[in-house]
Design a protein around this ligand. Sequence first.
Ligand code: PMP
Length: 399
Amino acid sequence: ASQWSSVPKGPPDAILGISEAFKRDKNPRKVNLGVGAYRDDSGKPVILPSVQKAKSIILETPDHEYLPIDGLNKFTQLATSLAYDNASPLKDHRVASIQSLSGTGALRLGMAFIKRFYPYSGKVYIPNPTWGNHKAIIQHSGLEFIEYTYYDPNTKGLNIEDFLGEIDSAPKNSIFLLHACAHNPTGVDPSQDQWREIQDLMARKQHLAIFDMAYQGFASGDVDKDAFAVRLFANEENPMIVMQSFAKNFGLYGERIGNLSVVCNSSQEVDRVSSQLKILARPMYSNPPIYGSRIVSTILGNPELKNQWLVDVKTMADRIINMRSSLVKLLESKGSLHDWSHIVKQIGMFAYTGLLPENCNELMDKHHIYLTMDGRISMAGLNSKNVEYVAEAIETVTR
Ligand code: PMP
């Protein structure tokens, strides 16, 4: 027997496993609504025009050297100001930032920092439901999670009362993970007034806010609007950490480009926190990849390219918003008697349809439409050629 004969086979990843089943399906009508990656109206992955231009600029000055442990300084500065704008901690140079391996890497490193240094309880409150990887990242970092009430299955909207109640009843200095915008998987975000209530209560309880910001610009099409919560908390001096991903809003999924930022009390504190972030990163991956950080900083650092990028990200957001109304209109015109209006109200990459597991199975088995068993569909997988087919199938399985 080998050393590994007792290794049990683990289950496939809930989301990536669906892509594999999709690939195996030979039916030409098949549709993949499982994975959250943007596709254009012909179902093809997109390289943003701004990214294309930045790549040709970078080509003229090739650089394959190691980055410092905390990444490309120009990148972390521009990325941090994209999130915080001119919020007071950033104006006062009180934000420690480090380039990360996309959003997942920012979350993992941030949790490692919390595990090592947060002086209060290491229990992390996460929304129910949330992105599946949050639980795994928290546990992998040696922390524990507790779910807080977020989504209301009856209204298919936010359960703000219970959410606020649970912020209030959590012990002082608890850690709350919040989706900065485009909550995954529900597409349900607090309104600006609700964010103010959440922030006010979080501040009174001195809770630490952890913002998972994977969709800035992708939700509304407007990067400032999507940063509302982060900037509100920052301006109110709420204790906070922000994990940014540039996978979706720059279409740089495979480049693993992200940013972790910790709001501090003074520039001396920034110095100390930064030194420890580097000490944590070094044995995990030594230093981050250079290419994505060069692309993003080339774009954000050049007013013309940045304007192009703002158009690019809005184009993606608008296509998704249009698909939401097409899908709902088609469901109605096919005679569906259910209320699908939540699909238009939800925001971001996903719609949380309310389809039951048996509906999902039927969609996959009979209609070759792939989605996660919680009824979440990636709106980016819909386009003018397949939306009617999908609407028909959904109408059929929910009749
Ligand atoms: N957080 C949320 C809520 C996400 O949806 C995702 C991507 N699915 C991520 C973080 C991280 O993605 P990545 O590591 O590719 O940046």
